[in-house]
Design a binder for this molecule. Structure first.
Ligand code: NAP
Ligand code: GDD
Length: 325
């Protein structure tokens, strides 16, 4: 019989890539979305998947909606990707971020314990939990947490709740501690997509400049399409565990900018980039870099797409969107 998966956050960046992978593996895929007056299926459409998903309406801050959905579907696997995922916005909407990212996870786990205790559960944890902490510039599963934003703090709560339901009730729950991963489906507020979209607008004559914040921050950037494979692999193991997932390499925002302008064939990026204090954060995470040895050893997972190819893929996709090639 086909396995059944429920993905929350189906309309975001990772949801469609994960759905694509599961559909290829013959899963029946349910996607949880909020109720909208005007829903946006752009990312699912981009991969040609909108008609292949069974949508269910619910909200991570509405516990009863999650209880009902879990009771009815009783999925083999539940991937919790839904979140207020924008770090920068989490200072302005700290309570909402906490309600969705922290309590939403408690509600989901409670629903599983009550109605579907054999479901395997994936929690979208994040390198933002490490914040300031690293040993020699790397973070792995043993690195202590020092989150720097309401977003990071909400995800630490969810991480430990996920561990706690495993330890207290024997649920099969895994945390994927994923480092930054990007794609042409990345939300426009995140720095990589903001840069590639900005570069394409400049190329198309629709913008004169690109306003950015801290160019010195370093991130371990990989491709979302590679990372959803790690999520799936975690739930196929005989025992649940928590895994760091990243490339092991990092680059500054400035390096991303330089490459993006180069691939769009726009000389002298400095003429276009304006440093704008509005995009600086009250507390920054200066450097993230994964040591993903556990994922490589136990899951057999390794990032495939290089940084250069990722930047090129995103620039090309945005140039195409604006017909600016
Ligand atoms: P994303 O593009 O922001 O997608 C998040 C999705 O969650 C959106 O579709 C959003 O729905 C949905 N959502 C938000 N609040 C909700 C609520 N109250 N109820 C139901 N759905 C809600 O994020 P992503 O990049 O795909 O990331 C997926 C997950 O991985 C997130 O949990 C994120 O925090 C985590 N993560 C991401 C990265 C990364 O680099 N991408 C790294 C580590 C961890 P709307 O469409 O309605 O807004
Ligand atoms: N968004 C944004 N906009 N970031 C900027 C800008 C700007 O104009 N200028 C510089 N930056 C810097 C930020 O200060 C940060 O250091 C870095 O670029 C990356 O910012 P984002 O792309 O917004 O991502 P993030 O690292 O804060 O968070 C993403 O990755 C996390 C995993 O480490 C999100 O996807 C989170 O949901 C995820 O958990």
């Amino acid at each position: 019989m086909a396995k059944v998966a429920l993905i929350t956050g189906i309309l975001g960046q990772d949801g469609p890539y994960l759905a694509e992978l599961l559909l290829k593996n013959d899963y029946k895929v349910y996607g949880l979305m909020r109720r909208y007056s005007n829903p946006n299926f752009e990312n699912l459409d981009y991969l040609g998947l909108t008609n292949k998903i069974e949508f269910v309406e619910g909200d991570l801050i509405d516990e009863a909606s999650l209880m009902n959905i879990v009771k009815i579907i009783q999925p083999d696997e539940l991937y919790n990707l839904a979140a207020q995922s924008f770090v920068g916005g989490s200072w302005h909407q700290a309570k909402l971020t906490t309600e969705i990212n922290a309590f939403g996870v408690l509600y989901l786990l409670h629903a599983l314990k009550t109605f579907s205790p054999t479901t395997r559960f994936y929690q979208a944890s994040t390198s933002e939990m490490f914040g300031l902490q690293h040993v020699g510039g790397y973070q792995d599963e043993t690195t202590p947490f020092h989150p720097r934003s309401p977003y990071g703090i909400s995800k630490v709560y969810a991480y430990w709740m996920t561990v706690n339901f495993r330890e207290s009730y024997g649920l099969f729950t895994c945390n994927g501690i994923l480092f930054n991963h990007e794609s042409p489906l990345r939300g426009i507020q995140f720095v990589t997509r903001k840069i590639t979209d900005g570069v394409a607008r400049i190329k198309a004559g629709l913008a004169k400049d690109l306003h950015l914040g801290n160019l010195e921050a370093k991130r371990d950037w990989g491709f979302a399409g590679d990372y959803v494979e790690a999520m799936h692999l975690m739930l196929q193991k005989s025992k649940p565990s928590d895994y760091v997932v990243g490339t092991g390499d990092n680059h500054s925002v400035q390096e991303f900018v330089e490459l993006a302008f180069k691939y769009a064939d726009i000389p002298d990026w400095k003429k276009y980039v304006v440093i704008d204090p509005r995009f600086k954060r009250p507390a920054e995470v200066p450097v993230l870099r994964a040591k993903a040895a556990k994922a490589e050893k136990i899951l057999g997972w390794k990032a495939k797409l290089s940084f250069d190819k990722l930047v090129k893929m995103m620039v090309d996709a945005d140039l195409k969107r604006y017909n600016a090639k």
